[in-house]
Design a protein around this ligand. Structure first.
Ligand SMILES: Nc1ncnc2c1ncn2[C@@H]1O[C@H](COP(=O)(O)OP(=O)(O)OP(=O)(O)O)[C@@H](O)[C@H]1O
Ligand SMILES: [Mg+2]
Length: 251
């Protein structure tokens, strides 16, 4: 499998007054095409920081992030992101919230409108194109965010606890729908990096789980998850896998 993302020996420290705070000690992992990888670890261990590095928003103190084998600045692969709070523009309706990210990519207005609508339908919120974010439930807002993120056909989709703000039923429905959207190998995104605290969620969705320690963080373990898809989240194997991961995470 072709390597899409390589995070190599990331170290991150912040100056706090006279001393320095080491947030990330040494973290390395890779994501291949057609791989769904989860990053789990305690609060404050640097998961969101790593996602921001992959987006190119911040630079590590040392170490490197390579996308498609090239440093971020030179790469042609594209990433998009969904955060816990859907981060929609409140003054734009659903249709325009999706169209806005297509503006630099699709010049033709009609094609842009059609493309946005295709993804709005894909996430099951058609009929709400002219609704504003304030008129939508949390789950519906996350659907718009997902539509927006995948509408640009990214190579790598980054998810930072996208289900954490939803009730259990909406979260479960959206997880399953996201897996359905992701699974066809020829359609973007080609890989997913999910940040989560929820071990069940990581086991349900991932091909591989990267477990981080508390700050200053290192990789405690990398666990491939080979359970057959679609995964039965009530099977003995599933519970066993979740248990093993929780034990690995416990100090
Ligand atoms: N600009 C900054 N200046 C100083 N410290 C920072 C800064 N940004 C982040 N940190 C520190 O880096 C650490 C990692 O933060 P980060 O948000 O990446 O953690 P996280 O693993 O995503 O946590 P959570 O699970 O709670 O979302 C935290 O301890 C935080 O205090
Ligand atoms: Mg975070």
């Amino acid at each position: 499998m072709e390597e899409l993302l390589s995070v190599k020996n990331i170290h991150m420290e912040y100056a706090t007054g006279k001393s320095k705070l080491v947030s990330i000690q040494d973290v390395s992992f890779t994501i291949h095409n057609n791989e769904f990888v989860s990053l789990i670890g305690p609060s404050g261990c640097g998961k969101s920081t790593i996602l921001k590095m992959v987006l190119g928003l911040i630079k590590p103190t040392s170490g490197s992030v390579l996308l498609g084998g090239a440093p971020l600045i030179e790469n042609t692969s594209r990433t998009s992101v969904v955060f816990q709070n859907s981060a929609l523009f409140p003054w734009l309706d659903v249709q325009k919230n999706v169209e806005i990210v297509l503006e630099p990519i699709i010049r033709d207005k009609d094609l842009r409108r059609e493309t946005a609508l295709k993804y709005i339908k894909m996430v099951g919120i058609d009929g709400f194109e002219s609704a504003y974010p304030r008129e939508l439930s949390g789950g519906m807002k996350q659907r718009v965010s997902i539509a927006r993120a995948i509408s640009t056909s990214p190579d790598l989709l980054l998810l930072d606890e996208p289900f954490a703000g939803l009730d259990v039923f909406s979260a479960q429905a959206l997880r399953e729908e996201l897996l359905d959207l992701w699974l066809p190998p020829d359609i973007p995104p080609h890989a997913v990096l999910l940040v989560t605290h929820n071990v069940d969620e990581a086991v349900q969705m991932s091909d591989k789980i990267v477990i981080l320690s508390k700050r200053p963080s290192t990789v405690i373990a990398e666990r491939p998850i080979v359970l057959q898809r679609p995964r039965n989240t009530r099977s003995d194997e599933f519970y066993q896998t979740v248990d093993e991961i929780i034990r690995t995470m416990s100090p």
